[in-house]
Design a protein around this ligand. Structure first.
Ligand SMILES: [Zn+2]
Length: 386
């Protein structure tokens, strides 16, 4: 057993990180871990942090996975590990200033102070410049691990000062094996989930464990089959947006209420009471943050639905061209039926046009076009032609 066990399908990247842990000459104080969403960036970052702190057990060092340093780092409770995982659209400049303060402190228990920034691409340029100063002249005991989808997602100044390690999309079989091992899920269900999630580890685990999540995904795919005319298209777009809103609300509501109660308690006020202006502005800031978080969540849920739809038409195209590759949606009988029906009902040119329409909708959502508008235009383009 080792801390690297859950970093699946990333042999080359793991080799680089292990070498850095084992050999001080291979070590550096700023790392840029890149890989597509779900490739396991944050899992790899934590494993690296644990390996750096590991004091060893049974003669095994460099991330034994059993010593106190390893287990507390992996559990996220090690006092010398700080993980910044934003669910906001951007990481705020005052958060980064706090981080830099933390980074300057000597480690209390471990060999290093490790700071993991999970979404280093979500920083305004001004914020990045503040961070840059800290990375340029780090205390010897501090290690920064910045994570981003690709090196191009961070400023060149950061790129040039951090050692880049690239993760790739792991094979579906490796993801399925992980899901079976960690969650005790039946191997066939795990493989179907890993394929459907296109090897996104977190998503594969959710799909494998939660029948409701599988049902929601199938419902999104089924939307494509049901669009016959403009009326259906408009309805389908509304449905997709509503589902995303509901899912985002379910995920954030409970936490919002807790945060609000905590803030009011900290301010010594009761909910419903009229607050003095100074306190009101603090509450308003929290509400703004929460609103941004809900928006971001909704956008993520919608984008995931677009990716699922793209995978559907990708499979349709595979059948239409008779290509000999695995289908993303081939292991769920209901999803496969939708793929087959669409393949029989259209030609490859239309499939490509439909995929383009989904791509355009994703770009518009990213560019902050109102979700319903973007999705209506997309759904209308998904209608059967001629
Ligand atoms: Zn250890």
């Amino acid at each position: 057993m080792s801390v690297w066990d859950d970093v699946v399908g990333q042999g080359a990247a793991v080799d680089v990180l292990r070498r850095a842990v084992a050999d001080p000459r291979s070590m550096t104080h700023a790392w840029l871990l890149t890989g597509p969403p779900g490739s396991g960036r944050s899992v790899a970052a934590r494993a690296f942090a644990a390996a750096l702190q590991c004091t060893g057990s049974d003669g095994e060092t460099g991330g034994c996975g059993r010593c106190h340093q390893c287990t507390t780092t992996l559990a996220g409770t090690h006092p010398d590990l700080t993980v910044v995982a934003t669910d906001q659209v951007t990481i705020r400049i005052d958060e980064v200033r706090d981080l830099i303060g933390t980074a300057a402190r000597t480690p209390s228990l471990g060999r290093f102070r490790v700071i993991v920034v999970e979404d280093a691409d979500r920083m305004a340029e001004r914020t990045t410049n503040v961070l840059l100063k800290a990375i340029e002249e780090p205390p010897t005991h501090t290690v920064w691990v910045l994570c981003a989808p690709s090196p191009q997602d961070v400023l060149p100044t950061i790129r040039s000062r951090a050692r880049a390690v690239a993760l790739r999309v792991p094979p579906a079989e490796a993801v399925a094996e992980l899901v079976t091992r960690r969650d005790g899920v039946d191997p066939a269900v795990a493989l179907a989930a890993a394929r459907a999630a296109q090897s996104h580890v977190g998503l594969a685990r959710r799909l494998a464990r939660d029948p409701e999540a599988r049902r929601r995904r199938s419902a999104v795919l089924d939307v494509a089959r049901r669009i016959r005319g403009v009326g259906d298209a408009v309805l389908a777009a509304g449905e997709l947006v509503d589902v995303a809103k509901a899912e985002a609300a379910a995920a954030t509501q409970e936490r919002d209420a807790v945060e609000r109660a905590e803030l009011l308690r900290a301010l010594g006020a009761a909910d419903g009471e009229t607050l003095p202006p100074r306190l009101r502005s603090q509450l308003r800031q929290l509400e703004d943050d929460q609103k941004r978080r809900a928006t971001r969540r909704q956008r993520d849920v919608l984008d995931r639905a677009m990716v699922d739809l793209l995978s559907l038409y990708r499979d349709v195209l595979v059948l239409q061209l008779g290509a000999d590759v695995d289908l993303v949606n081939g292991l769920d009988p209901a999803d496969l039926a939708v793929v087959r029906a669409l393949a029989a009902d259209s030609g490859p040119e239309q499939t490509v046009r439909r995929m383009d329409a989904i791509g355009v909708a994703r770009e518009r959502l990213e560019g902050n076009v109102a979700p319903l508008l973007a999705l209506e235009a997309m759904a209308i383009a998904l209608r059967p032609q001629g």
